[in-house]
Design a binder for this molecule. Structure first.
Ligand SMILES: [Zn+2]
Length: 424
């Protein structure tokens, strides 16, 4: 007992644990928790221990409290207030004792933490894709048909317009596709045409085997084999169920939670939102590589030159960048015009002239034939096409150094260089 000044003394009765006999005794506890029990009659020491090793009965009103010692001895006291005070001072709360335990086992905590993070990462990286694959291949055709029909309806409402392609062009392309469709009959592949609107030159596959070609894509192709190569790529997406797998992966956290909690309404909820997810989806690069591989194998098997795929893709990428750059340019011009007008209105002459002068280069574009025709209106005359190409080349050259990342459909596809290597 080192610090006498803060000693807590509690009066009570001592039971030796062997008989029901008891003697008057005193429990003395110092500030560090060292405790001893003294027999009051002759001051003999009955017991020593640390307070935290004593089991204290819970307080029930003002009934006597029992303190149990390791060998069955018992100390009984009416002094609930003193006991409560000791407990508060010397017995840490559950939380702080847990924190203390963790602190004194920091190595164990670190290892556990690393394991939890590692497991989480591994299940996200490998577990989810694997699970999505299993689920995607087990979804019945009926579910895929409904999801795909609804997806196409949604796309028709939001992004696509009816095709403006001539009947003969459609028939010619479908005739060129006929063999590939026949060879992939089990996948129920069918091809439909749509005006791509703001999606431009594009092609995408729905889980039920529906493959959409935009008019712009068909118009960009200089050879039907180029379209065939794209078809084989899209068939790859259908064959390996990339759409469903991506959709399931992107919703799987909710899916897993609902499975665990047994909330089936969330599962059916996920299925009804599938079309929305499918319209906003972009595939992972690995899926794109797998689809590219499917195209490559098809071209090789039918002795079609591999480069037809990248020939068209290069044009598609060029056009997509071109559209975007022209659009950005147009916005800048509109803004300059608007600002110019406002400045003229308020302050008249000089300042407005300087604004326009400083962008003389850009104003030039406004006067070109291209801007008399809205960007989306097709088809352009040959003269307009040539002007457009000139503008695009100029803008692309200007923006090359920007390292600007275009967040369009193509940003998720394998880099052009990678494709060039593979298909040349
Ligand atoms: Zn693709």
């Amino acid at each position: 007992m080192s610090d006498i000044s803060v000693m807590t003394v509690v009066q009570g009765q001592w039971f030796d644990g062997k008989t029901s006999a008891h003697v008057p005794a005193e429990l003395q506890v110092d500030s560090a928790g060292s405790s001893c029990v003294i027999y009051l009659a002759d001051n003999t020491l009955l017991q020593t221990c640390n307070f935290i090793d004593i089991r204290v009965s819970s307080r029930i009103g003002n009934t006597p409290r029992y303190l149990y010692f390791s060998e069955g001895q018992k100390f009984e006291t009416q002094d609930n207030a003193q006991i409560d005070e000791l407990l508060e001072k010397l017995r840490p709360s559950l939380w702080s004792s847990l924190a203390h335990q963790l602190e004194s086992h920091s190595y164990f905590v670190c290892v556990t933490l690393v394991m939890v993070i590692g497991l989480g990462w591994a299940s996200m990286k490998y577990g989810l894709p694997a699970a999505s694959k299993i689920i995607a291949y087990r979804l019945p055709q009926g579910v895929m048909n409904v999801a795909s029909t609804e997806t196409l309806e949604l796309l028709d409402k939001t992004h696509l317009k009816p095709t403006k392609l001539d009947q003969e062009v459609q028939a010619r392309v479908l005739q060129h596709f006929a063999l590939a469709l026949k060879e992939n009959a089990p996948l129920h592949v069918r091809v439909v045409f749509r005006d791509g609107g703001e999606l431009g030159a594009n092609a995408f596959a729905l889980p039920d085997g529906t493959i959409i070609f935009t008019d712009e894509m068909v118009n960009l192709a200089q050879d039907d084999n180029e379209l065939l190569a794209v078809l084989a790529h899209e068939i790859g997406h259908v064959k390996y169920r990339h759409g469903l797998r991506s959709a399931i992966q992107s919703t799987s956290l909710g899916f897993i939670v609902s499975m665990l909690t047994g909330d089936l309404s969330a599962v059916s909820g996920a299925l009804t939102t599938l079309p929305v997810i499918l319209t906003t989806l972009s595939y992972s690069r690995d899926f794109e590589r797998e689809a590219d591989q499917n195209s490559l194998e098809y071209l090789d098997a039918h002795k079609i030159a591999r480069h037809v795929f990248v020939d068209l893709m290069a044009r598609v990428t060029y056009e997509a960048h071109c559209d975007l750059l022209l659009l950005v340019e147009q916005h800048a011009l509109d803004k300059v015009k608007k600002d110019g007008k406002e400045t003229k209105k308020s302050a008249e002459v000089t300042s407005a002239e300087t604004t326009i002068d400083s962008t003389a280069e850009k104003t030039e574009i406004t006067e070109s034939p291209m801007n008399k025709t809205p960007l989306t209106e097709a088809p352009l005359t040959e003269e307009q096409m040539a002007v457009r190409k000139m503008q695009c080349d100029k803008l692309i050259a200007e923006h090359k150094s920007d390292k600007q990342v275009f967040t369009d459909y193509f940003s998720t596809h394998p880099a052009t260089e990678e494709r060039l290597q593979k298909f040349r």
